[in-house]
Design a binder for this molecule. Structure first.
Ligand code: GLP
Length: 240
C-alpha cells in the first residue's frame, strides 16, 4: 500500500516498491513486470503515476520496454571501478563470471599513421590489429579493437589473444604493465556494433580508448572498447 500522507511522491513509492521486488529477486532479470493497469489498480493510483515510475526506472536502466509486449526487469549493471589498471579477464573473474572472447580479426599490418604516433613507431613498422568480442558468461559485453607493436610481442598468436593479453604480457613475457590513460565517451551503437553486442542500432554505448605503457613509458597497446551502456556503469571515488 502506498502512503498518501507522507511527503514522498506516489510515483517514487512505486519505484521503491519495484526496486525492492527486484532486489529481493521476486522479480528476476528477464521477467515481465505487472502491466500499468494492474499496478494502477493495485495501488489505487492513476496510470499516469504508474507510467512515470516505470519510465524513471526504464531511464535508469533498471527496466526495459519491448514494443507491443511489456516491460521487463533488466540485468543488473556491472559496476566497473575507474581506478586500477585491470584487464577484462580480471574484471570478470572478480565478479565470479567467466570471460571468453570471440576473435573477429587477427592481422599484422603496417601501422596506420594515427596508431604509429600513439605507439611511438617509425613509418613502416608493423602492428597487430586484433578485434575481439569480449563475453561474460557467454554474453557479449564489449567489442575491442587492439593495436600492439609486432616487434614488442613477436610471438603473439590467435590462441593467446583468445585468452588474456595482460596475462601473457606479464606472466609469459615477464614484462610489467605500469600505467594507462583512458578516455571515455558516450556514443550510439552503429549497425555492426549493435549486431555484435546483441542490442538495437543506436542504443547507447560507452566508448573507451586506452593507451597503456610498460615500464620506462614504453607504449604497448592502443585499444578502443565499445561497452554496452545498459550493462555497465563506471564508479570513481573523488577527493576534495
Ligand atoms: C580491458 C581494457 C583493454 C585491455 C584488456 C586486456 O578490456 N579495456 O584495454 O587490452 O582489458 O584484457 P585481457 O587481458 O583479458 O585480454
Amino acid at each position: 500500500m502506498l502512503k498518501k500522507n507522507v511527503p514522498l511522491p506516489l510515483y517514487y513509492q512505486i519505484e521503491e516498491y519495484l526496486k525492492q521486488k527486484i532486489e529481493e529477486k521476486e522479480f528476476e532479470a528477464g521477467r515481465m513486470i505487472p502491466s500499468e493497469r494492474e499496478l494502477s489498480e493495485r495501488f489505487e493510483v492513476s496510470r499516469m503515476t504508474v507510467r512515470q515510475a516505470v519510465t524513471n526506472l526504464v531511464n535508469a536502466g533498471v527496466l526495459y520496454r519491448e514494443k507491443g509486449k511489456g516491460t521487463y526487469v533488466a540485468e543488473k549493471k556491472i559496476e566497473q571501478p575507474l581506478k586500477g589498471l585491470t584487464s577484462f579477464t580480471e574484471d570478470m573473474k572478480k565478479r565470479g563470471m567467466t570471460s571468453s572472447s570471440r576473435l573477429l580479426a587477427f592481422d599484422v599490418v603496417e601501422a596506420p599513421r594515427e596508431i604509429r604516433e600513439k605507439l611511438n613507431l617509425e613509418e613502416g613498422e608493423k602492428v597487430y590489429g586484433i578485434q575481439r568480442i569480449r563475453m561474460a558468461d557467454e554474453k557479449p559485453m564489449a567489442i575491442e579493437n587492439t593495436f600492439m607493436p609486432k616487434e614488442l610481442l613477436p610471438d603473439l598468436t590467435e590462441e593467446i589473444v583468445q585468452g588474456s593479453i595482460y596475462n601473457y604480457v606479464e606472466h609469459e613475457l615477464g614484462m610489467a604493465i605500469s600505467q594507462a590513460r583512458q578516455i571515455i565517451e558516450a556514443r550510439a551503437a552503429d549497425e555492426e556494433e549493435a549486431n555484435y553486442l546483441n542490442i538495437l542500432p543506436d542504443s547507447p554505448v560507452l566508448h573507451i580508448e586506452r593507451k597503456s605503457f610498460l615500464a620506462h613509458n614504453v607504449p604497448f597497446e592502443v585499444v578502443t572498447s565499445t561497452y554496452r551502456a545498459d550493462r555497465y556503469k563506471f564508479i570513481t571515488d573523488i577527493d576534495r
